[in-house]
Design a binder for this molecule. Sequence first.
Ligand code: ADP
Ligand code: MG
Length: 235
Amino acid sequence: MRKIHGQLIEDFRADEASRRIAAALGYDRIRVYPRGSEWVRIELLIGDPLDGEVPAPLAGRGLSVSDVEITIARDELGNPLRQSWVEGPHVCIQGATRSGKSVWCYSALAQLARLDDVLIAGSDLSGLLLGRPYVGTRHHEWQATGSADVEAHRDLLVRLVAEMDTRIRNLPPRRDKFTRFHAGFPLIVVVLEEFAGLLRLASTAPVEKGQPKMREQLLALYGRLVSEDTRRACG
Ligand SMILES: Nc1ncnc2c1ncn2[C@@H]1O[C@H](COP(=O)(O)OP(=O)(O)O)[C@@H](O)[C@H]1O
Ligand SMILES: [Mg+2]
């Protein structure tokens, strides 16, 4: 398709524009590529790559997080999108209730938890994402679950911050992150499921005399984890 003067590739790719072009051409979706300075190439796509079950492939056991990529999504052609977790930034999963956030987390964590050099740690008020599936595994003692004991969640975050501080102290000179892990020094994936709910619960929790409010303590620990981490992800 020839561009008219002043048009950019973004004009074709914008959500509404691409839906209009697809509808006009009688297809479900389009993909737009640049073609020289005057043209764009439009690929016409039919079918929904998410129509039907999409299993997450599990890596073989005994592999290192440095050697595998985690499947996180599917593109519009149905090809898997993969992400190395060693390079992984923080992961923030956002969406309306029942949009699939927790199920996405099950899928990502199932792929990560079986790697020898990954530790799945964190807090989960619901006790569905963390907790029960991990009973009897090395991950379990790094997880706080349920709503009965807010202090247990606080104490777990304190432990994680302490571990982070130890690791920061042990960073090799002129390095600002770790990139190699092993079973004795795992990449720690910190999962914060239903953290907003934990904060709500904490707003009425009693604290020891002279201590900041529980909600403030949790927010301070969370702030340290997300701003100073040396290679970990939090969802
Ligand atoms: N990828 C998916 N494919 C099919 N069904 C899904 C998918 N993700 C979630 N669901 C279904 O949608 C419902 C809500 O998902 P859930 O992950 O609990 O949402 P959230 O955590 O965002 O509230 C669940 O019953 C789940 O079975
Ligand atoms: Mg959920």
